[in-house]
Design a protein around this ligand. Sequence first.
Ligand code: SAM
Length: 354
Amino acid sequence: MSDANALADSFGRIHNYVRISVTDRCNLSCKYCRPDQADTASSPQPLTFDEISSVVAVLADMGVTKVRLTGGEPLLRPRLEELVARLHAIRGIERIGLTTNGMLLASKARMLREAGLTDVNISLDSLQPERFAKITGGGDVGRVLHAIGSSLDAGIEQVKVNMVVMQGVNDDEIESFLQLTLKYPLHIRFIEYMPIGRGTEGWQAGYMPLGGILERCANAGWAFETVRSGESSYEAAGEHGMSVSTTDSGPARYYRIEGAAGQFGLIDPVSKHFCMACNRLRITASGHIKPCLYWNDEWNVRPYIGKAEPLKHLFLESLKSKPVQHEMLGGLKGNGSVRPLQESTFRQMSQIGG
Ligand code: SAM
């Protein structure tokens, strides 16, 4: 890859990670994500596997090494393992991840791993069956737990569980989730509730900064330590304007309870900015590049598919507009925007791909 091709933005951030939403359809209706939507396709046809593979081949040539498939619910796409195998065959792609609600995962975990899947992030906001069903609009927590077990059994390298922490909704389960790390080699990641798409409704009441979780861990009597290897570099990234490199752990800060098989991580996009370590861009289900999760700017890749040089140019152009940081809190209040010419995204998380 020549330097001219590197996916650098105006602030020197190099992008080596792409998240691709393979569908905006979902089989759940999480209250903070897509509360009242039936399972219908709302966007034009999603990109085909051929189109996705061709875009990823171009991105690999520009230094992308990691791809995450997301949605909507990515496992609603039939034969997703075929896409994984095709991406795995692209030179330069080293890691392929999947973000899923786990409802359809158990029977596919082994096939996906054999196709080349290295990471799976499973969303799980409650361990209590009734509460889980309420948050997700009918999800079955038993199926998700089974999928987590199947993913570990299948030998997927990294199995992560993502819990969106919501005050008064599930924050009383933090200790139960921490407890899971004692026995299982999981990464449990606590994530702040973001004011995005439908997430803005009820956000004020549900948002909870993650600052208190370490204290709660200590109060529960667990000694813990920071996990140094693969530690996020954003803490060292400093203020604006410097070039940073990121590690595979992304924006999470990881900890391990003494003697635990797994780890837990804190991801706080709202209360802490880790934008200077941002190494990712997104492609929506409708085929639009989103350089920043939060802002509205988008570029349609469809007209450029199969034309490597114009597509590279489009990616580089899109990165020129990437703001130094999102402004979730300011954006929500209608002030404090770093880039006043931009508007916060009109898309929902299920369309963008979380
Ligand atoms: N259906 C898959 C799943 O449930 O993991 C993938 C798509 S979902 C949009 C991806 C992730 O986005 C999930 O972990 C979900 O919890 C998270 N998410 C959606 N809306 C969010 C919000 N407002 N704040 C924080 N996380 C959110």
